[in-house]
Design a protein around this ligand. Structure first.
Ligand code: G3P
Ligand code: MG
Length: 263
């Protein structure tokens, strides 16, 4: 079983394959995840939202047009309707017939082989707090697959994290899942540290353009890890590694592995 603890022992920045091996495979598909495992990425990142019949599926956009041959909202279709769609041909005819994976299928295929960063899309947030809310279903699936030690849960919508805490509180347990706030805009170092402390974060996932050495140093001093997104350029990868990040979220895991060999 590959766990986050085993990665920590490697003492080098982690290769986090964004939406799988997105540079060479259709994003967020089983092919892209298997390819990331084959090129020895340390972790895959994937995006989760709910179908009309409330099944967690792995797809980035709220709509189907960009990455499938369907039209309209993902949340407007049941799983069986979504399973009819082709999620591979838009990328290349070689991947015709690839389908939108459920989170369950994805965990089943990755369990024991790689660690997983599950990003919960903000659009799935429900203020009514239903018992089958996306974040609750994710906790249940991770528990079912015995993957608590191999999973990192991230989101731009930080309110999901307190929901996860409350879910575990109901069972008189403290939250065993590692949490990672994502941020796509600039915040002061103090505000970022405050956010990570409030959310009891494991790591902080900023847009790479807002990352500074002082912020990395402060996060490290407070015991947080830093995984910026999304870096595909060799020079910038090198630069961020020199700045001291703990890992990089990239569409190009093979390129990133090569860059890491220089260190
Ligand atoms: O999780 C990092 C990154 O994936 C966040 O942005 O839009 O690619 O999901 P996005
Ligand atoms: Mg993402």
């Amino acid at each position: 079983m590959v766990t986050i603890k085993t990665l920590e022992q490697k003492n080098r920045p982690w290769v986090i394959a964004h939406r799988g091996y997105r540079g060479a495979y259709p994003e967020n598909t089983i092919s892209a995840f298997k390819a990331a495992i084959e090129v020895k990425a340390d972790m895959i990142e994937l995006d989760v939202c709910l179908t009309k019949d409330r099944v967690p599926v792995v797809i980035h956009d709220t709509t189907l047009e960009r990455t499938t041959d369907g039209e309209g909202l993902v949340s407007g279709y049941t799983l069986s309707e979504l399973k009819e769609l082709d999620a591979g041909s838009w990328f290349s005819s070689e991947f015709k017939g690839e389908s939108i994976p459920t989170l369950e299928e994805t965990l089943d295929q990755t369990k024991g082989r790689i660690t997983v960063n599950i990003e919960i899309k903000p659009e799935s947030f429900e203020s009514s707090e239903p018992t089958d809310a996306v974040e609750i279903q994710i906790c249940r699936l991770v528990e079912k697959f015995g993957m608590v030690e191999s999973v990192l849960i991230s989101s731009f919508k930080h309110s999901f994290f307190s929901r996860i805490q409350s879910f575990y509180r109901k069972y008189k347990r403290s939250n065993p899942l590692r949490i990672a706030p994502i941020q796509g805009y600039f915040e002061s170092d103090d505000a970022v540290i405050e956010l990570c402390q409030r959310e009891k974060a494991y790591s902080y996932h900023p847009n790479e353009s807002f990352l500074t050495v002082s912020l990395i140093d402060e996060l490290k001093a407070c015991g947080f890890r830093v995984f910026p997104y999304t870096i595909n350029d060799e020079e910038r990868m090198t630069n961020l590694i020199q700045m001291g990040v703990h890992g990089i979220i990239s569409d190009e895991p093979e390129k990133l592995r090569k860059v890491l060999k220089k260190f």
